[in-house]
Design a protein around this ligand. Structure first.
Ligand code: FPP
Length: 254
């Protein structure tokens, strides 16, 4: 039995080798879960059912990533720009997010996942804020994958907030302007506790960054697929990882 199959077996997955090198699984995967609307439209279903199916797929992918050894998964659930969508869609999405957060231990992360939310949390309803606090506390000591849900998240908004924080630190004399480093700046971001993503997966054929993890993705490898998010399954994650493992990451060096 191959090393990878033995690793899968140890983690409770039986089956054929997926072709992934178990020694080089990305530590942190970021995902833009795009195409829920088109998935629903193709089936003449209300858009919210596309988002609902998308959240079912997310649950499956979190479980799979945990099993293959991914340590951090960060998913784009609602951007600072998504407020511009029709009121009905925003309301339905917020209701779905609240429902999933209420049952996050079962519905999103499984038993062992640590669940966190990144973004402008104060801009969300008090009910959602309460659930975020609850789920972060209740899963905080779990030892499995860290699932980060980007909610009311915008990369530019995050950077502007970090700059404001930095200015406050300088004004209070906590740090001198000349002493500010990239590392110090990183600690002011919503993702202060996270390593940078190694791999970004975007579904549905769009090839944009969409204000997602702008600072953090300086050296992230991007992988795109035409497949709509609700049609994603474990084999596409394998495909993305296999492609990632072929890349030569030079970080600007030779
Ligand atoms: C983009 O598809 C998707 C979103 C804006 C929402 C993503 C939300 C989920 C997958 C469900 C809930 C998530 C959690 C964490 C419980 P789109 O609507 O832009 O699709 P389209 O481009 O085909 O219209």
């Amino acid at each position: 039995m191959s090393l990878f199959n033995r690793l899968l077996k140890k983690r409770g997955i039986e089956g054929e080798s997926t072709g992934i090198d178990p020694q080089n699984v990305p530590n942190h995967i970021a995902i833009i879960m795009d195409g829920n609307g088109r998935w629903a439209k193709k089936r003449k279903l209300p858009k919210i059912l596309g988002h609902r199916e998308g959240s079912n797929v997310l649950k499956k992918i979190v479980k799979y990533c945990d099993k293959i050894g991914v340590k951090y998964l960060t998913v784009y659930a609602f951007s600072t720009e998504n407020w511009k969508r029709p009121e009905k869609e925003v309301d339905e999405l917020m209701d779905l997010l609240l429902e999933k957060l209420k049952n996050a231990e079962k519905e999103l992360g499984g038993d062992q996942a640590q669940i966190k939310v990144i973004g402008n949390i104060k801009g969300l309803s008090t009910e959602i804020q309460k659930e975020i606090k609850r789920v972060e506390e209740s899963t905080g000591k779990n030892s499995g994958i860290c699932l980060n849900i980007a909610l009311n998240y915008g990369g530019r908004d995050e950077i502007v907030n970090a700059v404001k924080d930095l200015i406050t630190d300088v004004e209070k004399g906590i740090i001198k302007k000349a002493e500010i480093t990239e590392e110090y700046f990183s600690k002011k971001l919503y993702t202060w506790y996270l390593p940078d993503p190694d791999l970004l997966i975007r579904t549905s054929g769009e090839k944009r960054h969409s204000n997602y993890l702008l600072w953090q993705m300086a050296y992230t490898e991007f992988w795109y697929t035409e497949v709509l998010w609700p049609d994603i399954n474990e084999s596409y994650i394998d495909e993305a990882i296999i492609e990632y493992q072929k890349r030569n990451r030079r970080y600007g060096g030779v």
